[in-house]
Design a protein around this ligand. Structure first.
Ligand code: HEC
Length: 164
């Protein structure tokens, strides 16, 4: 009887051990997926929804100061539309890329059939030459993500107020 009981207990334990190691494997599998997701987020795959959330916390005034200091030498930001070395950014939000008829864009921008939504602005302004190889915008990009968000927030607000 004793050995019968211990056999049952042994079997139960064995089953538990098997279940346990199975679930550990599962956890490891989940970690594997998680790591893969992390690799992707290092490439900064960002959705419009996520970006909108981040923009809520971005600083509009700092964005304005940053743009005046870093972009305004090449880009006008006020109405009516005037171009400088670079095209006007007064109405940039949701404008088709390379769309101002009296500005001479690079072939690169002319060939991108998208509009300047916040996601495309994010990628272009982070690394202009990587997102749009061949662009004639010589600006090297905004590596500080908070400054990048502040800039996009200001460009968006400025554009909305110019179009109203
Ligand atoms: C040294 C001048 C220079 C600076 C500084 C500069 N840009 Fe540009 N930008 C350009 C030029 C030139 C183009 C046209 C690029 C092309 O045709 O490939 C351009 C294009 C753009 C476009 C595309 C506009 C369109 O009509 O499709 C955006 C958006 C833009 N710049 C934003 C910015 C912002 C924001 C900054 C500051 C953080 C900035 N740029 C700084 C010269 C500049």
């Amino acid at each position: 009887m004793a050995s019968f009981l211990s056999e049952i207990l042994y079997n139960v334990d064995k089953k538990k051990v098997t279940e346990l190691s199975y679930s550990i494997e599962n956890i490891e599998d989940k970690n594997k997926d998680f790591n893969e997701v992390n690799v992707e987020s290092e490439l900064k795959i960002i959705t419009e929804l996520e970006l909108n959330q981040l923009l809520k916390k971005a600083d509009l005034d700092k964005g304005k100061t940053f743009v005046n200091k870093n972009c305004a030498s090449c880009h006008d930001l006020n109405m009516p539309i005037k171009n400088k070395i670079g095209p006007s950014l007064a109405t940039i939000l949701d404008r088709k890329i390379g769309n101002l008829s009296d500005y001479k864009y690079s072939k690169t921008l002319l060939n991108i059939d998208k509009k300047w939504n916040i996601v495309n602005l994010y990628y272009f302004l982070e690394k202009p030459k990587e997102w749009a190889p061949g662009t004639k915008m010589s600006y090297r990009g905004i590596s500080d993500s908070q400054k990048l968000l502040n800039t996009i927030k200001y460009l968006r607000e400025n554009s909305i107020s110019n179009e109203n």
